[in-house]
Write a protein that binds this ligand. Structure first.
Ligand code: GLV
Ligand code: MG
Length: 320
């Protein structure tokens, strides 16, 4: 994996692969990533047509600036290999990632990696360029997440799939992403989100929060998204155009934090230089900064730069 840490994925738009109309609409939305779905948003009888619609749409283009992903069906179904062979074989040059749902063990990722490598060789694509986005949506998948994250260098993201996860653990709720009624001592998803985040950070992958299904409830979406963003997640799925702006904003650094991070980097670079006295720690205004401050600032600054932010204040070294 070479690019996951620099490609922003604040918003990943889910689009049914069988709907030409929704694919056309997706092209014009300000999202960082789009996935065309052959899995749960595509009925069993629509999957074959869906493959053809996806191939045609990817080859027509119009997704400039967006990560282009196709979600195939999981390995327990009869469809996975055909999904991959058809989509990558016919539109591999216009595709960035394959998303694999319901990953339960490393072999699921390894099987996809092998298939992709053979396809890339057979149709003349650069070997290893197509990434893998892994959905963690079962108890078994979460328990194996450390090995799953390391199963292939193609893995770019670890994605929480709340709907399937709630079913997998038999959570007593049908409202996806919301707290189950009766659980009043914290966030019922905290352990799951933290486990995904730990594996992502340990193995340099992006951690992505899944969908919020109550499309009209923007306040609910905001509350849920702010929780995973606060923990350190890189982005969240969006299902509808009305969700896009809010989620882009929540997963971008605030302007003040971005400016502050850039100023920490400049000030720390100066104070550790010969001109600045080669010091390991220094003051930035009233704040003591050191190597740990630099590491935290790099994260905020990197996310802001990736999102195209520009600084509005510039730190100057003191007069000598
Ligand atoms: C997404 O795939 C989910 O199950 O929530
Ligand atoms: Mg799912």
């Amino acid at each position: 994996m070479t690019s996951s840490s620099v490609r922003p994925r604040r918003t990943t738009l889910a689009v049914p692969g069988s709907s030409q109309k929704m694919i056309d609409k997706a092209r014009g939305l300000s999202v960082d990533a789009v996935f065309l779905d052959l899995e749960d948003a595509c009925a069993p009888t629509a999957k074959e047509d869906g493959r053809r619609t996806i191939v045609k749409s990817l080859n027509e283009g119009g997704f400039e600036g967006k990560i282009r992903t196709v979600r195939v069906n999981d390995w327990t179904t009869p469809w996975t290999y055909r999904d991959v062979v058809e989509v990558v074989g016919e539109a591999g040059a216009n595709l960035d990632c394959i998303m694999l749902p319901k990953v339960q063990e490393p072999s699921h990722v390894q099987a996809l990696d092998l298939l992709l490598t053979q396809l890339e060789k057979s149709v003349g694509l650069e070997v290893g360029r197509i990434g893998i986005e892994v959905q963690i949506e079962t108890a078994k998948g979460l328990l194996a997440i450390d090995a799953i994250a390391q199963a292939s260098p193609r893995v770019e993201t670890l994605i929480f799939g709340p709907a399937d996860f709630m079913a997998s653990i038999q959570m007593k709720s049908l409202v996806v992403g919301e707290q189950p009624l009766g659980y009043d001592v914290g966030d019922a998803y905290h352990h799951i989100l933290m486990s995904i985040l730990m594996a992502a950070r340990a193995h340099d992958k992006q951690a992505i929060d899944g969908p919020y299904l109550a499309i009209k409830d923007l306040a609910g979406l905001e509350a849920v998204a702010k929780r995973s963003a606060a923990l350190g997640f890189d982005g969240k799925w969006v299902l509808h155009p009305t969700q896009v702006e809010l989620i882009n904003e929540i997963f971008s650094p605030a302007q003040d934090d971005f400016d502050h991070a850039e100023n920490i980097l400049d000030a720390y670079a100066w104070c550790t230089s010969e001109n600045g006295g080669a010091r390991g720690a220094a003051m930035l205004g009233d704040e003591m900064i050191d190597e740990a401050s630099r590491k935290m600032a790099i994260v905020i600054s990197g996310k802001g730069r990736a999102a195209g932010m520009e600084r509005t204040s510039v730190w100057q070294p003191p007069e000598q």
